[in-house]
Design a protein around this ligand. Structure first.
Ligand code: CU
Ligand code: CU
Length: 364
């Protein structure tokens, strides 16, 4: 074989090898794509919103995925969680009896979730006491696995008071509410991430011994995230623990249901003081609380009733924290209240304060 023939043969062989490699590469790209496609469509439920097809790093998002039909109409037919602060209890001791149940709850228009609910819902009931009153809590576990209840308003040994309660059993403990503010309570059973993400949370408001100035409306908002393993539109969804760890929620809510106070706005009169008690159950995200079109006349950060800030546009409520916000709005209109971390608004954490009973469509 001449030198030229050897060279030609080598060139031809190289081309064949390169072509074969390219074919294999294309094959493996196809294989990866089809695996990804399979991962992307674990459910065949109809989804009206195109955000439902988002996948990030192989993690499927169901953010905004609602069934066919008008989500606003569905939300309007859903009774909202009562946001009004319940009245104070007259006695020295407030007995609070909560039963934990495994329940399916609506969390967004046409979306249902298999939750663990204090008193049958998420959030659980709002507890309201005056500083110095005693809360006697009885938790009965009507669920299938151990649970517990951790009150952030208590100064108490958690290994004793917040211990696990076996299914069918109860626990009772008391604490004196010595610290005014708005606090979360939640299940503290491991993994706490899963128990909070499954709906085990609520709020307790402790009025200061010297009452705050009177307000015409007092609203309690419990912020939280939902992490879904399916769209939850034809079958109820359950927890996706990977998404909870990655802090990639599908829905982010005030009082457990996306946009419920857009469908059922909270009300105020022009010039009247409105007080929001915002407790953030998390489990993981921060709530940057803001009311569009106004400025908080006072914010009690971290629920500290003794050192309010004045003239605040937005204030963070950390996961596991609470803060009190006051607005006095003179001009009638529709004032959205939001988590100004706007990904959360997109996932449902927005409501409307209707000042002066006006008609119309809100800006946000
Ligand atoms: Cu639990
Ligand atoms: Cu906690």
């Amino acid at each position: 074989m001449t030198y030229a023939k050897v060279s030609l043969t080598l060139v031809v062989l190289s081309l064949v090898a390169a072509f074969t490699a390219a074919i294999f590469a294309l094959d493996s790209v196809d294989a990866a794509r089809s695996a990804q496609d399979k991962q992307r469509s674990p459910a065949t439920e109809p989804m009206a919103h195109e955000a439902a097809s988002t996948a990030v790093g192989g993690v499927q998002s169901y953010a905004g995925a609602t069934p066919a039909g008008n989500p606003d109409t569905i939300a309007a037919s859903q009774a909202p969680f009562p946001a009004e602060l319940p009245p104070l209890h007259a006695g020295r001791v407030l007995p609070v009896r909560i039963t934990l149940k495994d329940v399916t709850v609506p969390i967004a228009p046409g979306v249902r979730y298999r939750a663990w609910g204090f008193d049958g819902g998420a959030p659980g009931p709002v507890v309201h006491v005056r500083q110095g009153q005693t809360v006697r809590i009885t938790l009965t576990n009507g669920g299938a696995i151990p649970h517990s209840i951790d009150f952030h308003a208590a100064r108490i040994a958690p290994n004793v008071a917040f211990r696990d309660v076996e299914p069918g059993k109860s626990i009772t403990y008391s604490f004196r509410a010595n610290d005014p503010g708005v606090f979360v309570y939640h299940c503290g059973t491991k993994p706490v991430l899963a128990h909070i993400a499954n709906g085990m949370y609520g709020a307790i408001v402790v009025d200061p011994a010297k009452p705050l100035p009177p307000s015409h409306h007092q609203y309690v908002l419990v912020a939280s995230e939902w992490y879904l393993d399916s769209p939850g539109t034809s079958e109820p969804a359950s927890l996706d623990m990977t998404k909870a760890r990655l802090m990639m929620p599908d829905w982010v809510t005030f009082n457990g249901y996306a946009g419920q106070y857009k469908a059922h706005p909270l009300e105020a009169d022009p010039g009247h003081l409105v007080r929001f008690y915002v407790a953030n159950a998390g489990p993981s995200l921060v709530t940057a609380f803001h009311v569009v079109g106004t400025i908080f006349s006072r914010v009690y950060p971290e629920g500290d009733m003794t050192h309010p800030l004045t003239g605040v546009q937005t204030s963070d409520v950390p996961a596991g924290g609470g803060a009190v916000f006051e607005v006095k709005i003179d001009q009638p209109g529709l004032y959205p209240f939001v988590n100004h971390s706007f990904a959360s608004v997109d996932m449902g954490q927005v409501g409307i304060l209707n000042v002066g009973d006006v008609e119309g469509t809100a800006s946000h």
